[in-house]
Ligand binder design. Structure first.
Ligand SMILES: *Cc1c(COP(=O)(O)O)cnc(C)c1O
Length: 346
């Protein structure tokens, strides 16, 4: 890879970040805080939260098996996605490469940051083709976006193709593992020690059941974590989120139980969709959703809306013609969907 100094935006590399009161004093022994113009009343909400979330990172480090210094915590993964653009890409000059179809935020953040977005279609079966993906890169390609298991296709990307990209691409590779808790595929987050150009994203929004908290994680070399920390808002994770996330992290077995149930339901739903005459194809999934090709996705989508059931219509997405992306819900939600689909047109 290129040196980080060459990849980072020059103004960000040089940036001297805002130093907030809670950054300047981080000792443990003080008892009287008169440094941040806070109100002395209304504890605990009167105090600014820890800007670097030390306690939370220690808990994440334990659960995820990644050293705390290699963890960035963001206001959802979406913050880390945007920070990758703001730290590494020069507006109007640089470009990024991404697989297609994939999660829409990579493109939206590229557009917001005025960065060219080069989408490379996945092969048959939504398989990653390293050679084809790398051939879209040039000397101004700073980021390469991968998502595994991929949204909206549901499959994991082939590990050896991902490794080829990691070996050969000279910029930053981001692997979004938002759905990895639902997959048996080996995570890439333990590879960050030997791969200084790799960022792995995780979130508490899916398997952890905490979408409302807005908490995402990026695992990377500490030099990259340092760049993200310079650019983020000083208090990007509020106190309530830090406290509730810490509580959730203390019970990882709850997540395992949810995941087991959801995976059983996913198999049941895949079989049931396969038997519906209006359904052409159920794609294999390693996530908590199924991509399903319908005979007429728009009609089924509208019909379901009429019944108060909302799925995601992906029929206008590259390679996803006539496809709906259907989240695996609770048993009763899933049954409600199935009974509606069985009555369709009948
Ligand atoms: C849902 C999802 C996320 C989660 O984003 P948050 O901002 O953490 O809620 C990230 N990446 C992908 C691919 C997703 O589908």
């Amino acid at each position: 890879m290129k040196a980080l100094e060459q990849l980072a935006r020059p103004n960000i590399w040089r940036l001297k970040p805002y130093s907030c009161a809670r950054n300047e004093y981080s000792g443990r022994s003080a008892t009287t805080f008169l440094d941040a113009n806070e109100n002395p009343y209304n504890a605990p909400y009167n105090r600014y939260p820890d800007p670097l979330q030390a306690e939370l990172k220690a808990a994440v480090a334990k659960v995820k098996g990644v050293p705390a210094e290699n963890i960035f915590i963001g206001n959802g993964s979406d913050e880390a996605i945007d920070l990758a653009y703001r730290c590494f890409t020069r507006p109007g000059a640089d470009n990024v490469v991404a697989i297609a179809p994939t999660y829409g935020m990579y493109k939206v953040c590229a557009d917001i940051n005025d960065v060219e977005y080069r989408a490379v279609n996945l092969d048959e079966g939504f398989r990653l083709n390293a050679e084809k993906t790398l051939s879209a890169c040039d000397e101004n390609t700073k980021l390469l976006w991968l998502c595994s298991p991929n949204n909206p296709t549901g499959n994991s990307l082939d590990r050896s193709e991902v490794e080829t990209i990691l070996d050969l691409f000279d910029g930053i590779v981001i692997i979004d593992e938002a759905y990895s808790d639902f997959s048996k595929a080996k995570t890439f987050r333990h590879d960050i020690a030997k791969r200084p150009n790799l960022i792995v994203l995780n979130t508490m929004s899916k398997a952890w059941g905490c979408a409302a908290l807005r908490l995402g994680m990026a695992f990377a070399d500490k030099a990259i974590v340092g760049l993200f920390n310079k650019v983020k808002y000083p208090y990007n994770i509020n106190l309530l989120t830090q406290q509730l996330a810490l509580k959730a992290l203390q019970d990882p077995f709850q997540v395992d139980k949810w995941v087991k149930t959801i995976l059983l339901e996913r198999e049941r739903m895949a079989d049931a969709f396969g038997l519906l005459p209006i359904c052409n194809k159920v794609y294999p999934s390693e996530a908590n959703f199924l991509l399903v090709e319908m005979a007429d996705a728009n009609a089924v989508y509208d019909y379901l809306i009429g019944k108060g059931i909302v799925v995601r219509n992906r029929s206008s997405v590259t390679l996803c013609g006539n496809c709906l992306r259907i989240t695996i819900g609770s048993k009763s939600e899933n049954n409600e969907l199935l009974s509606a689909l069985r009555q369709y047109g009948g």
